[in-house]
Design a protein. Structure first.
Length: 428
């Protein structure tokens, strides 16, 4: 019987869960892959930390980088996290020393994936990262294998469970952003520092990886990123009255041989499929030929979902499948043109908080007209006893740069009470 020795580096919730799973399911994994997986070594920042797994003393490495030099290590599982520091050192050294690498680190792959893929290809080892994007949703393997026959034109969806939980809970429980964020942290859905989830960076990293796989291109940092921090209960309520829901979505589209990558809060129709994805779930929608539209949804985070993805990658290596990390060899990947979204056209929801005085509305509509933005619908809601008004505008489709320019000009006026809001509308 063939066997491969594994070193797990990083023993937080996911590392500990994976350690236990590999030991408890050794028999079935061996039968399915015709190869015995053996957890030979582990390493963690704090050896003394209480864990719900029993680890023998001989399994502990003195230093995490020792795993890259040991002859009795075949696969290194990187679960440290972060694009720099120990995670970067570990993965670069492991691949240079001809060790297979499995990682859940989207930040590392989004930043250094092209360099790492070159080293893996040169040394004929695997770099697997299914767990880096959408946890238990098997989107990476679907793009590499299941949808290999398809020319993909667009991939989009909900790629972050934390932001999805916050937005859907604000609506469901009639709570403020801060209240729901606090609930999410207590439930373990949000980190103590949730910045990467809330400002869109988490989705941005995942989208860059998915773009590269969909369009056979190198990773590219030209991406529009906007988070959900500015969304409040009023926006949620307004969207609801207008027949929409607000979701943080990521989009990568191939249009006229140019790729557009964008991450931003989006108004989508209440009766659409994506609007029904609530809580911490993720959903990925792929448009391609000849398949048409494919959808995969599932748990986007957590120890169990991430372990499911890690085991998929480990199993691929156990079977002896040496594959290019991004499906194609480095020589065959393309340098496609990535564009910013200034010239893309969108309908948009705009919310302006203004003094309630005569002449203001006509001044606003003049600014819109001057900037080539046509108004489709306008609702004015006066605030009682505040001498102010909330103006909600839904625009016809306009170039993104015109929408932003209009808002910038309006926001310079003295009658504006606070920074205005712009949320793009997607009709899918």
């Amino acid at each position: 019987m063939n066997k491969l020795n594994i070193a797990i580096i990083g023993l937080g919730n996911i590392g500990s869960y994976l350690f236990k799973y590999l030991n408890d399911n050794k028999k079935i994994l061996t039968e399915k892959n015709n190869c015995l997986p053996v957890v030979k070594y582990v390493s963690a920042k704090n050896k003394k930390k209480k864990r719900n797994v029993k680890i023998a003393n001989k399994q502990w490495l003195k230093h995490y980088l020792d795993s890259t030099k040991k002859k009795d290590v075949d696969i290194i599982i990187e679960l440290i996290g972060g694009a720099e520091g120990p995670a970067k050192k570990l993965v670069f050294n492991a691949l240079k020393n001809k060790k297979h690498v499995v990682t859940a680190n989207k930040a590392l792959i989004a930043k250094y994936g092209d360099q790492l893929a070159r080293i893996a290809e040169k040394n004929k080892v695997n770099l697997e990262f299914e767990a880096a994007v959408c946890g238990g949703v098997p989107i990476i393997r679907s793009l590499k294998e299941g949808l290999i026959a398809n020319k993909i034109s667009k991939i989009y969806g909900i790629f972050n469970g934390t932001s999805n939980y916050i937005l859907s809970s604000m609506e469901k429980y009639n709570k403020s952003f801060d209240e729901v964020l606090s609930d999410a942290q207590k439930l373990g859905y949000a980190e103590s520092n949730p910045s990467a989830d809330l400002n869109g960076d988490d989705v941005s990293s995942k989208l860059k990886i998915l773009s590269s796989l969909c369009f056979n291109s190198f990773l590219n940092n030209k991406i529009y990123v906007e988070g959900i921090r500015s969304i409040d209960k009023t926006d949620i309520d307004n969207a609801n009255k207008l027949g929409y829901k607000i979701k943080l979505l990521g989009f990568a589209e191939l249009l006229n041989n140019k790729i557009y990558q964008r991450v931003h809060p989006t108004l989508i129709k209440k009766d659409s499929y994506v609007a029904s994805i609530d809580g911490v779930l993720n959903a990925v929608i792929i448009d391609g030929k000849p398949v048409g539209q494919s959808t995969i949804q599932g748990e986007g985070a957590g120890a169990a979902a991430t372990t499911s993805a890690l085991i998929s990658d480990i199993s691929s290596i156990l079977r002896g499948n040496i594959k290019f990390p991004f499906s194609l060899s480095n020589k065959e990947r393309k340098k496609l043109k990535f564009e910013n979204i200034d010239l893309r056209v969108f309908s948009a929801y705009l919310r302006l908080e203004v003094d309630d005085k005569p002449g203001i509305l006509s001044n606003i509509t003049n600014i819109f007209s001057r900037n080539k933005v046509s108004i489709k619908r306008l609702v004015q809601n006066p605030h009682k006893n505040k001498k102010s008004s909330s103006i909600i505008i839904i625009t016809h489709k306009s170039k993104d740069k015109f929408l932003k320019r209009t808002l910038k000009e309006v926001d310079r006026k003295n009658y504006i009470k606070r920074k205005s809001k712009l949320i793009r509308i997607d009709e899918y």
